[in-house]
Design a protein around this ligand. Structure first.
Ligand SMILES: *Cc1c(COP(=O)(O)O)cnc(C)c1O
Length: 464
């Protein structure tokens, strides 16, 4: 590939590049990528949990985020089973609304929130506050106060300022806060590779390397108002194998052993965070939750034995792995434009009625997605396509490269897979485009769980 000044996604496509070979069957729904309830009906139309997408589009319009409720629930159950004896916190930042908070509660999971806004959604859903953890590197006094008032089960402390702030608030309110200290362990993990370093150059947590972690733990241990439950680490996102978790678990148990020696206390809890990856495109093969659970347990047990300390209660915080694969975004095609690339190849730009405002991940992280024409099956030869949005940005790309049938046309419905996590939750109103509705489907029934934003909603904020 040759570089392009606008970035890697604009690099030249070369005809001999093997990744640009069309798949054998354009209509195929790769099971690892699509929700469990995805199928094609006799007309070739996509159905989700028994509902034809034409019906969803007629009722709810596009763009539309569709959540396969059973898919989410089954993944939550798999996690709960694999981590039996540990606590599973769903990371609400991946996507949170009241319905999802209720599913999380019904499946017996705990819930992570990291702002007053996420806390408000959890409370509005009736989520048991004692099963919440509050994260964030800059929680306000108001957020901390509310967490203490409603009885949030765990507050994950990220800085010395926060330690002081929380300590003072507890003294003033006459309460004890149950806290974890967030540690940065010097592991940076993404997809296929991880880097283990001796230092951390990022905003979260207390570094193991420079004594920051020790100082925070000592400060919490010596506070009359804080009950230190344990330590927390989160090493990254969209991780495909267990190696990074293993290094992090090793370092965290070393820390627990050091705490036992320095302070004569054995901390009860060890939270190893989230980050397990999912399949976005063909060929993605994330680790199985069972394998991750097994390997983490083994490491923690072995390291604790070596260090001569009791095995702490483990917790994990999956976000993407639970909600990502359950989500599909439906768009209507508005324009189709073939563009000559000057090397004998053509790229077909397919514009849809959403874009960077409902899925910023492609622009932000150079993320890969795949999509299909969802309203019909076509025998037309495949064309190399790029799905773009309606925003005034050339980086407004939803799917960088995908083979679509050559007769893709205005009015077709495209379904983009694996958009349940970090899409609607990161949505914006850029270009004053209202944010899409979210519909949950189960057993052939669809239910709006977040309604579509309207122009009235947008104008209501603009007080002139
Ligand atoms: C983002 C985040 C998670 C969830 O990450 P996923 O990659 O969605 O699993 C868990 N814990 C913390 C502290 C996070 O910041």
């Amino acid at each position: 590939m040759r570089a392009h000044p606008a970035g890697p996604r604009h690099a030249d496509v070369l005809p001999h590049d093997p990744i640009y070979a069309p798949p054998a069957d354009l209509a195929r729904l790769e099971p690892a990528i699509w929700p469990q309830g995805a199928a094609r009906n006799a007309d070739g139309e996509l159905t989700l949990a028994g509902t034809a997408i034409s019906q969803l589009v007629d009722t709810h319009s596009t763009p539309l985020v569709v959540l396969d409720e059973q898919d989410f629930r089954d993944r939550a159950r798999d996690y709960a089973q694999a981590f039996d004896g540990a606590d599973v916190f769903y990371a609400g930042k991946a996507f949170l609304c009241k319905a999802v908070a209720r599913w999380v509660a019904q499946e017996g999971l705990h819930l992570d929130v990291c702002t007053g806004g996420e806390l408000a959604v959890a409370l509005a859903a009736g989520f048991d506050p004692s099963r919440l953890a509050l994260h964030g590197n800059n929680k306000s006094v108001a957020e901390l106060r509310q967490a203490l008032e409603v009885g949030v089960g765990r507050i994950v402390i990220d800085s010395m300022n926060e330690l002081d702030r929380l300590d003072a608030l507890c003294a003033e309110m006459g309460v004890t806060a149950h806290v974890l200290i967030r540690i940065t362990v010097g592991v940076e993990a993404h997809t296929h590779e991880f880097i283990a370093t001796a230092h951390e150059d990022q905003k979260f947590g207390f570094s193991l390397a420079n004594g920051a972690a020790d100082a925070a733990i000592a400060r919490a241990v010596n506070s009359a108002h804080l009950h230190l439950l344990g330590v927390h680490s989160h090493i990254g996102s969209q991780i495909f194998d267990t190696a990074g978790f293993e290094v992090s678990a090793h370092r965290m148990v070393q820390l627990l052993a050091q705490v036992a020696k320095d302070h004569q206390i054995e901390l009860e809890e060890l939270d190893l965070g989230g980050g397990l990856g999912i399949a976005y495109v063909a060929g993605d093969k994330p680790a199985q939750v069972r394998d991750i659970a097994e390997s983490l347990r083994l490491i923690v047990r072995r390291e604790c034995e070596l260090a001569g300390i009791a095995v702490p209660r483990l917790s994990v915080e999956p976000g993407r792995a639970l909600i990502g694969p359950a989500g599909v975004t439906l768009y209507e095609v508005g324009t189709v434009k073939p563009v000559e690339l000057g090397n004998g190849m053509t790229r077909t730009y397919v514009s849809v009625d959403g874009g960077i405002s409902d899925n910023i991940r492609t622009a932000l992280y150079d993320a890969d997605y795949t999509c299909i024409v969802a309203n019909r099956v076509s025998q037309a030869p495949a064309v190399l396509s790029r799905v773009v949005g309606k925003h005034c940005e050339s980086g407004d790309v939803v799917v960088k490269d995908v083979w679509l049938p050559g007769d893709v046309r205005p009015g077709d419905v495209l379904a983009v897979a694996a958009t349940g996590a970090y899409c609607r939750s990161m949505a914006s109103n850029y270009n004053h485009v209202p944010r899409p509705a979210v519909v949950a489907i189960k057993d052939g029934h669809s239910q709006v769980v977040v309604r579509r934003e309207t122009l009235d909603d947008l104008l209501r904020l603009d007080v002139g």
